[in-house]
Unconditional design. Sequence first.
Lengths: 137, 433
Amino acid sequence: MSIYQVSVFVENKKGRLADIAKVLADNNINIRALSIADTTNFGILRLIVDDPQKAEAALKANNFTVSLTHVIAIEIPDVAGGLLQALEVLNSENISIEYMYAFIDSTEGKAAVVMRVEDRKAAADLLDKHGFKTIEG
Amino acid sequence: MFFQKDIETMKRKDIEALQLERLKYTVKYCYDNVPFYRKRLSEAGVLPEKIKTLKDIRYIPYTTKTDIRDNYPYGLFAVPLEKIVRIHASSGTTGKPTVVGYTKNDLNMWSDAVARIAASVGVNSGDIAQISFGYGLFTGALGLHCGLEKLGVAIVPISSGNTDKQLMVMQDFRTSVLIATPSYALYLAEQMKAKGIDPKSLSLRIGMFGSEPSTLKMRDEIEANLGVFATDNYGLSEVCGPGISGDCEFRDGQHIAEDYFLPEIIDGETGEVLEEGQEGEIVFTTLCKEGIPLLRYRTRDLSSLTYEPCKCGRTHVRMQRVHSRSDDMLKIRGVNVFPTQVESVLAEIPDVASHYRMIVTRDGYMDRLEILVELVNASLLERYKELEALHDRIKGRLRSVLGLDVSVKLVEPNSIERCQGKTKHVIDKRENG
């Protein structure tokens, strides 16, 4: 019902994202999804990877500020209106989303959405009840 | 123009005779009335009788800002508090300010010194002076205020800030003399341009600028944009405040009121006294102060002296404009900022490392201070707003401790260069000259 997300603090500095990608590549970690939010000063890079614990350790060893947290990831039909259904479910129970990002699972032809909500368990139960398949991390 | 021509044009040998008499008096006065000095002088084996010539001042140990702070608040006062009629203070490193007290005679001496530097750049009783320094503990505003009042100038004590009102008053009250920091003068000029106010339509004729180091380029810029005769003056609150020295009409060095203050230039590292013309740290001994007399006070300001006669007729020594300081203290928009103040703020916030870097730049004519802080608490990454909150908390604390708006930049841990031994916390990119 949940998946690990790796969050990395990134300074707005030339080449920093490449540095992170290199650490992951050198450790043979595959990035499945990512999102970056930034201000003029700093950014937070959020990653879904195939081995989150290993990614965290590798980045920490390279002096990055890293945290590992649970987020919800659900499968949604890769068709028009697919996302809307999931959002309407959450909306009906007044669950607000702090941020989200999506990726497409190439093998299954399905889209997946990663979301951060205040009460993860309540949101996951609710989505489950409405037939959304959550992805295990 | 002179305020006290007989004193300002005294012959060199008469100045020195007066200084020697007053130096002897001051050393004895300190020895008799301030336990700190009695102990210092005794330890150095300098009894007041040892001072027989002006050069004998070299036997006396230096006094530093730390000495004043260690005796916070009144420990260096030489008179009982009932003789004190004014107390000022300047910002300190640990939240405790440096406190100075003035007797009636001190205020009288101080206002004479300020009246002299005002008269020497052409200010007279027909003028209307707008004082745009902040009134308060800071010596700048009240120092100029009392000196100009003595000269018979009409004073508009508008204080700092509220630019629209400053401009309205400048137009409607027909301000002829502006008292401000040079950076604020330039800011006013910019605002006038933006509002379509033609400087030629104003009555402004003289600017007396001080309280922060400035460059000749800034002076030229002020003259071009504000249409004033721009002059500099110098002072520091520990010694008395503004009025220690100021430009004359020739603006070739600032005349020091030598009957009140005895200057020396020293090598800041070795403490050795330097020759005329050499640049070093300027040190002052007060010759008439009663409230808080100072013996060989180290200002940390870098300057040099020239005793050459000046075209204006004044005989008092001139000091070169102060363009930098010999220690870490930064002056940012006229406010004293110490790296230790930043350290104390960061030490209270566990989410960041204690290592930091201060970067000072000048954007147009405004000083800017940016502080790089290393983020160490990874749990704040989960939500963006927590990082924003941390950023705002640091900025808010710095604002209240420094009395200044700074920009804060969160950076990655260990990204700020560490050095062996003394770490360089400050990078000052401002142009000096």
